[in-house]
Structure formats: structure tokens, C-alpha cells
Write a protein that binds this ligand. Structure first.
Ligand code: NAP
Ligand code: F7E
Length: 380
């Protein structure tokens, strides 16, 4: 039985990757940092048959800032594969916490690589680094591929740039099987609520149900290449099954603006939007409602034509923005035999439907109701 360590097990990708590896018969050891509240919702289902001695899914407390802990865990578990998914992964937050982001996202990767060396597992343990399309930042080429020069535009991207190159360096210096997946944005119903796609699909659900009146966004003209996280964790797994380590772009090759994502998400519940005004004064207003569609999603929705459901709030602007990302995944397609299976339309449908169901659940309202008070919504 193969053994894998997954850092960032409580995150979106950690949850999907753990599920995939368990299905493939792996023993999975998830690493989780301490939290003051329960935050294992994304992986609780993996524990179902668990808290039993013989479960293939276990986790331990760990933090990328703690090398002795990483050395101990890696030495004891002797993994065949390590997937380093843990990170302070929010680009805007990295401008507020640049030093912490550098420590966790940059030096954290070095700590794992050094732990592999210290544990004398250089020839046994294969390593995956969660690199990112944010490395391309102010893009030097369209579309971006493995050979496109990097131009990071945030403390997050600069930290990830260190992690990218230290992974390459340990591969070249020590012959480690260490690979970078340069993943473009990938989303799902499990996406963190403060990333733009989930913020939008959650708002569509809340607005349709009458729990929230408006959605506040920053730069809606930014363009991203959005795929489904389920497809992207398969690519991570495939990289570590290759005879030789390498670096791969994982992307759909299609770019869409945040504005168009909003339009598509509302269209899914039968609502079309028109935009008025410019820059900070731009607003989104309900233009038409197809009640036949809306009724199938939310009965008795209070939505009305003419209602303002979107406003621009400069709070969400970034000091330096990444305007456009679109990836060329030809190398992954030819060498890993990887292809994305979800269209953006299918991804949005899944996310909006999932959020409507989530918001409708009475127990969710009782437990997490504070999350959907409009004023609180404004800060994410
Ligand atoms: P995510 O949902 O934000 O999950 C990040 C995980 O890292 C969480 O489990 C988080 O724990 C953990 N973490 C944060 N700081 C830590 C620390 N100091 N020590 C240990 N664990 C820590 O991110 P994701 O979307 O799953 O992304 C996975 C990885 O891929 C990240 O490295 C991200 O930067 C990278 N990436 C993501 C995308 C994307 O579009 N999703 C694209 C390219 C690269 P808590 O649950 O306690 O916060
Ligand atoms: O922003 C714009 C924002 O935060 C996307 C992370 O997983 O992918 C992610 O980073 C775009 C940006 O993702 C809001 O300015 C407008 O242009 O969803 P996001 P991101 O910054 O692309 C990469 C590949 C990673 O590696 C990261 O870990 O949307 N935008 N208004 C907004 N963004 C947010 N979050 N909130 C807004 O209100």
C-alpha cells in the first residue's frame, strides 16, 4: 500500500486529493494546523468509517512554520509521496500579511524538502509543490506555458516563486523526484468563501433566497482561466506517477472575466443583469427574470426586475492586480494524458446549485446563520 502525506488537508484541494488517493488504495496522512473552531467540514466524510485503528485516513497537527514537527512526522511516516498543498493562499490577504505568507508559502516548502533530506528519504519520497499561475502575474506571453517568464505581482506570488525554484533546485541538486504543478485557478462547491467565484455563487443563492441584498466586488474586469478542482487534483497525482519529475501547467485554455462569471451565475437561476455607471460607480441591476427557471431553484423568491444586486467596492481592489491569465496545458495533455472534463458552465451550475441547497438547509442557518447577515457578507 502506497503512503502519502497531504499538507493543507482541510483546504479545497486537500479534500479532493485525499478522496482520490483513498479511492486508489493509498494510506493518506493529512496534516492540519490547529484551529480554534471545527474546520474539518470538507474532510469529515472521509472519517466516516473511521476513528478506527485500521482506517486508511489519518491526520496529525502540523504547521509549515514548524520544521521539527515536519521532520518528526516525515521520518515516522516514511511516505512514498508528499503533496504540499498548505499555504496562505489568498492573494489580497498576502498584501496584509506578507511576512507570514513568505514564511508559510516560501520557506514552508523548503522546510519539507529539508525534512525529506534529514529523514534520508531523498530516493524514496516523491514531492509535489502547489505552484500557481500567479507566478505569471503581469503576463509576458499569452497564453502562459511552462517556458513563459514569471512576473509575480503580490507577496503571495513572490513567496510561491521561491517555493517553485527551491523545488527545482532540490530536484537538480539532490536528484529528488520533485515536481511543480503550475495550476491555474480551480474552483468547486468546496472553494473557500472569500475567493471570487464562491463569493459570487454564494451571493446568488443568498440573494435569490432574500438573505442578502447585494454583492460587493472589486475589479470585475480581471480575467481568469477557471477549471474544476476535481480535474486538477488528478493532474497532481499523475505528476507523481511519472518516471521523471518535471513542471507542468494545468489549465483549461479558456479565460473569462469576473463580470461574465457574475452574468453566467445569475443566468443559471433565470436572472439577467445589466450594468450601469463606470468604475467605482458601476452597479449591476436585474434586467429580466425568467420565473419558470427561478421557481425551479427557489420557490417564492423576492427578486424583482430593477433591483440593484451588484456594487463595486474599492476595498476589494489589490495594490497590484493580475489582469489576465490563460494557460496552455499542451505539455500536461501530451505527457500526462491529462485533460479537463468540466466546462465553466457546468462548474458554475454545480457551485450555484450547491450553494442554494446549502443556504436552504435549516441546520446551516442555525449553525452558520451569522455568515449570511448582509453586513458581514461585505467583508469577504
Ligand atoms: P485553501 O483552500 O486555502 O487551503 C489551504 C490549506 O493550507 C488549508 O488547509 C489551510 O489550513 C492550510 N494552511 C494555511 N497556512 C498553513 C500553515 N502555516 N501551516 C499548515 N497549513 C496551513 O487552498 P486550495 O485552493 O486548496 O489550494 C491548495 C494549494 O494550491 C495552495 O498552496 C494554493 O496556494 C495553491 N494553488 C491554488 C490554486 C487554486 O485556484 N485553488 C491555484 C494554484 C495554486 P486552514 O484550513 O486551517 O486555513
Ligand atoms: O480573485 C478579482 C480579483 O481571489 C480572482 C488563489 O487560489 O488563484 C487564486 O487567486 C480575481 C482577481 O483568486 C473580488 O481582483 C474582484 O483579479 O478568486 P480570487 P486569485 O487572486 O486569482 C490563484 C491561481 C492562486 O494560486 C491563489 O491561491 O477576482 N475580484 N472582486 C475579487 N476577488 C476576490 N477574492 N474578492 C472580490 O470581491
Amino acid at each position: 500500500m502506497k503512503k502519502a502525506i497531504v499538507t493543507g488537508i482541510t483546504g479545497q484541494d486537500g479534500a479532493y486529493l485525499a478522496e482520490l488517493l483513498l479511492k486508489k488504495g493509498y494510506e493518506v496522512f493529512g496534516l492540519k494546523r490547529r484551529s480554534s473552531i471545527f474546520n474539518t467540514a470538507r474532510i469529515d466524510h472521509l472519517f466516516e468509517k473511521d476513528r478506527q485503528e485500521n482506517s486508511n485516513f489519518k491526520y496529525a497537527y502540523s504547521d509549515l512554520s514548524d520544521s521539527s514537527n515536519l521532520i518528526r512526522i516525515i521520518s515516522e511516516f516514511q511516505p512514498d509521496e508528499i503533496y504540499n498543498l498548505a499555504a496562505q493562499s489568498h492573494v489580497k490577504v498576502s498584501f496584509d500579511t506578507p511576512e507570514y505568507t513568505a514564511n508559510a508559502d516560501g520557506i514552508g516548502t523548503l522546510r519539507i524538502l529539508e525534512a525529506i533530506r534529514t529523514a534520508k528519504l531523498v530516493d524514496k519520497t516523491k514531492f509535489y509543490q502547489a505552484s500557481t499561475s500567479e507566478l505569471y502575474g503581469k503576463v509576458q506571453e499569452i497564453p502562459q506555458k511552462e517556458t513563459t517568464p514569471f512576473y509575480p505581482r503580490s507577496p503571495y506570488a513572490v513567496a510561491k516563486m521561491y517555493a517553485y525554484w527551491i523545488t527545482v533546485n532540490y530536484r537538480e541538486a539532490y536528484g529528488m523526484h520533485a515536481s511543480n504543478g503550475i495550476l491555474f485557478n480551480h474552483e468547486s462547491p468546496l472553494r473557500g468563501e472569500t475567493f471570487v467565484t464562491r463569493k459570487i455563487t454564494r451571493a446568488v443563492a443568498n440573494i435569490a433566497l432574500g438573505f442578502q441584498h447585494q454583492l460587493s466586488l472589486g475589479n470585475i474586469d480581471a480575467k481568469r482561466d477557471w477549471g474544476h478542482a476535481k480535474d486538477y487534483v488528478k493532474a497532481m497525482y499523475l505528476m507523481l506517477q511519472q518516471d521523471k519529475p518535471d513542471d507542468y501547467v494545468i489549465a483549461t485554455g479558456i479565460t473569462t472575466s469576473v463580470r461574465d462569471f457574475v452574468i453566467m451565475a445569475f443566468n443559471h437561476i433565470g436572472v439577467s443583469i445589466k450594468f450601469e455607471g463606470k468604475a467605482e460607480n458601476e452597479i449591476g441591476i436585474i434586467d429580466t427574470i425568467d420565473f419558470n427557471i427561478l421557481k425551479t431553484k427557489v420557490e417564492n423568491s423576492p427578486l424583482k426586475v430593477g433591483q440593484t444586486i451588484l456594487k463595486i467596492d474599492p476595498f476589494y481592489y489589490r495594490p497590484t492586480e493580475v489582469d489576465l491569465l490563460v494557460g496552455d496545458a499542451t505539455k500536461a495533455k501530451t505527457q500526462l494524458n491529462w485533460t479537463p472534463t468540466y466546462t465553466l458552465d457546468a462548474l458554475i451550475k454545480e457551485m450555484v446549485d450547491s450553494d442554494i441547497n446549502l443556504m436552504k438547509k435549516e441546520d446551516y442557518l442555525k449553525k452558520g446563520g451569522f455568515n449570511i447577515i448582509p453586513n458581514v457578507e461585505d467583508i469577504i
